[in-house]
Design a protein around this ligand. Structure first.
Ligand code: Q9C
Ligand code: ZN
Length: 317
C-alpha cells in the first residue's frame, strides 16, 4: 500500500481513567488501545509505511486556539502527579475531557502528526493518514470538549489554506462543532459534515442544517444531520450529496475528519454502517481526485477499529 501513515507513540501518555455520563462514572471510551489496535491490524495486513512526525512551531496552534487556553492546558498538565485527574475547570466544558499529566504532550504531538501529514500533502503525496490521538474536531478556540483538546484537523486545514482552498469533510458520528466554528466566517475553507442529529446526540448545540456560515463565510458551511439507525444505503445517498458540494467548491486540498463511530457496533454511536461499507465510503471520496489528508477522530469499538481502518485505506488506494 502506497499510503503513508504518520504516528507517534506519545499519545499513550494521555490515559484518563474514567468519564462521567449522566452522573455515572464510566470507563474512558477514548482509550489509547484504539490507535494501537489500528497499527497492529494495518501491520498484519502488510501496511507498513509508518513515519514519525516532525516538530512544528507552536504558532500553528496559536492561529487556531487562544494563547491562554494553550498555556492553561500546558501548565495544568505539568502540575499533576502521575495518577491525578483534573475534571471540569476553566476551559473544560464537559465531563468527557479531563486533563492528566500526559495530556498536553499527547495533544501537542497529535497536532504534529496532523501537520506532518499536511506537509507531505504539500510535498506532493496523494493520500496521507495522520493517526491523531487525542482526537480534535470538538475542540474550540478556547474550549476542550468531547475527548478533544487541540483541533488537529482545523490546524492542518489552516496550514494547507496558505496554499489554496481547502474542503473539510467530517464523517465522524458526531458533529465537529470546533471545526465548524473555526472556519464559520471564512470562504476559503469549506466545512461539510455528516453526523447524528444533534437534538439526540453530542454535541447538542450545533450541527443543524440551518448553520450555513456567516458574513464572508456564508454558504461555506454545510451540515447533514442524520437520523439514528441509518444504514449503508441511506448514508451513501447523503455522502454523495456532500461530495457534490465539495466538487462545486473546487478545492485544492481535502481534509477528512475520519471517525469510525458510525460503525454498527460502536458503543457510543447509533448508525448501522457495516464493516465492508468503509471501503465504499473511501472509494467515493477518492473519486474527487484531490490530495487528501485523513485525520483520525473517533471510533470506539476497539476490536474492529483495525479492520475498519484497513478497509477504508483499501478504498483510498
Ligand atoms: N458515555 C469524538 O468522537 N459523549 N467525541 C459520550 C458516552 C461524548 C465524542 C457519552 C462523545 C464525544 C471525537
Ligand atoms: Zn465521534
Amino acid at each position: 500500500m502506497n499510503i503513508k501513515i504518520i504516528y507517534s507513540e506519545i499519545h499513550k501518555q494521555h490515559n484518563p481513567p474514567f468519564e462521567i455520563y449522566d452522573g455515572v462514572k464510566e470507563s474512558y471510551a477514548e482509550k489509547s488501545d484504539r490507535i494501537e489496535a489500528i497499527i497492529k491490524t494495518l501491520r498484519e495486513n502488510g501496511v507498513n509505511k509508518f513515519y514519525s512526525p516532525e516538530e512544528f512551531s507552536i504558532r500553528n496552534i496559536y492561529s487556531i486556539h487562544q494563547k491562554e487556553y494553550v498555556n492553561f492546558l500546558q501548565k495544568r498538565s505539568a502540575s499533576l502527579n502521575g495518577d491525578q485527574v483534573l475534571y471540569p475547570s476553566y476551559f473544560i466544558m464537559d465531563t468527557y475531557t479531563p486533563i492528566v499529566k500526559g495530556t498536553y504532550d499527547a495533544a501537542r504531538s497529535a497536532v504534529n502528526v496532523a501537520l506532518s501529514g499536511a506537509q507531505r500533502i504539500l510535498n506532493g503525496q496523494g493520500v496521507v493518514y495522520s493517526l491523531c490521538r487525542p482526537p480534535g474536531h470538538h475542540a474550540e478556540q478556547k474550549a476542550m470538549s468531547g475527548y478533544c483538546y487541540f483541533n488537529n484537523a482545523a490546524i492542518a486545514a489552516n496550514y494547507l489554506s496558505d496554499h489554496g482552498k481547502v474542503a473539510i469533510l467530517d464523517i465522524d458520528f458526531h458533529h465537529g462543532n470546533g471545526t465548524q466554528n473555526m472556519f464559520y466566517e471564512r470562504k476559503d475553507v469549506l466545512y461539510v459534515s455528516l453526523h447524528a442529529d444533534p437534538r439526540l446526540m453530542f454535541p447538542y448545540v450545533s450541527g443543524y442544517a440551518d448553520e450555513l456560515g456567516k458574513s464572508q463565510g456564508l454558504g461555506f458551511n454545510k451540515n447533514y444531520p442524520l437520523p439514528l439507525r441509518i444504514n449503508n444505503k441511506e448514508y451513501s445517498r447523503t455522502l454523495l450529496k456532500a461530495l457534490e458540494e465539495i466538487k462545486k467548491f473546487d478545492p485544492k486540498f481535502l481534509v477528512v475528519s475520519l471517525g469510525f463511530d458510525t460503525y454498527e457496533k460502536d458503543p457510543i454511536g447509533g448508525f448501522k454502517l457495516t464493516l465492508s461499507f468503509y471501503k465504499d465510503i473511501a472509494k467515493n471520496i477518492k473519486n474527487l481526485r484531490l490530495p487528501t489528508l485523513l485525520i483520525q477522530e473517533g471510533g470506539y469499538y476497539t476490536q474492529d477499529l483495525g479492520k475498519l481502518s484497513f478497509n477504508f485505506l483499501q478504498g483510498m488506494e
